[in-house]
Design a protein around this ligand. Structure first.
Ligand SMILES: NC(=O)c1ccc[n+]([C@@H]2O[C@H](COP(=O)([O-])OP(=O)(O)OC[C@H]3O[C@@H](n4cnc5c(N)ncnc54)[C@H](O)[C@@H]3O)[C@@H](O)[C@H]2O)c1
Length: 250
């Protein structure tokens, strides 16, 4: 078991990639706090883990709220006696319009969830990770954090920011045995891409725009997250791992 004895928090744990990672972490022996803004889907992830014989609980958390993030981290460390892994995964997309047409409110919301939410997670988790002797933080960026895409200005900016925030935190907290890495998924089969799937013109192009010519599954991303969370990645920090079927090279 690759995460035996470890305690993990997953934000956005009710969704595709977060849920797949939660299940994979549980299979490898971690005890997990699932958090999400949506209670039903978060509770469902907990049920899935319990059916596998794993240990988990749910805490409704909006990653833009410092109070809720602080509570989540305190409750987890209090319940399980420490904290070793934080998967900062919650995120949203936005209306596909030119940057000049994007509403300021939508820009703020995307930056708040996708970028500030990651920083808040790091800010409040680091003291607990230090108390536990170190640990691993994995932040969800995107292929679109590494290259620009028309009509996704706030998403591009937020996910690019996650990559440099990851490098910054790796530098600041490495001395406490805390590793901080990012993943950069390509097109992955979750609800966040439903609007593309329904676009008859775009979908045939988007769904094959990588070296492998197919989209990825949340489980394939979860394998990469598990690796970065585990001691197998003990000398990897500040890195961004692409899980995109070769989308960046395409
Ligand atoms: N699916 C893809 O193609 C893809 C590609 C690159 C990156 N990503 C990133 O992967 C991450 C997970 O997305 P997914 O594809 O699993 O989509 P998803 O929509 O299935 O999951 C996202 C989860 O985040 C939760 N969430 C949204 N706002 C929140 C908030 N304020 N606080 C807490 N939770 C919140 C949602 O309720 C949902 O459960 C996101 O950061 C997304 O940007 C996805």
């Amino acid at each position: 078991m690759r995460l035996k004895g470890k305690v993990a928090i997953i934000t956005g744990g009710g969704g595709g990639i977060g849920r797949a990672a939660a299940v994979r972490f549980a299979q490898e022996g971690a005890r997990i706090a699932i958090s999400d803004i949506q209670s039903d889907s978060g509770e469902e992830t907990v049920r899935m883990i319990q059916e596998l014989g794993g240990e988990a609980f749910f805490t409704k958390t909006d990653v833009t709220s410092p109070e809720e993030i602080h509570y989540l981290i305190d409750r987890t460390a209090g319940t399980y006696g420490g904290l070793h892994i934080l998967f900062n995964n919650a995120g949203i997309g936005h209306s596909e319009v030119k940057g000049t047409d994007l509403e300021e409110e939508e820009w703020d919301r995307v930056i708040d969830i996708n970028l500030k939410g990651v920083w808040l997670g790091i800010k409040h988790a680091v003291p607990r990770l230090i108390e536990s002797g170190g640990g691993s933080i994995i932040n969800t960026s995107s292929l679109l954090g590494l290259k620009g895409q028309k009509y996704l200005s706030a998403y591009n900016a937020s996910k690019g920011g996650v990559i440099l925030l990851t490098q910054n935190a790796a530098l600041e907290f490495g001395k406490f045995n805390i590793r901080v890495n990012a993943i950069a998924p390509g097109v992955i089969d979750t609800q966040i891409i439903d609007h593309w799937k329904n676009n008859e013109k775009k979908w045939p192009i988007i769904s094959r725009a990588n070296a492998l010519g197919r989209i990825g599954t949340p489980e394939e991303v979860a394998q990469a997250v598990l690796f970065l969370a585990s001691d197998e990645a003990s000398f990897i920090t500040g890195a961004t791992l692409s899980v995109d079927g070769g989308g960046l090279t395409f």
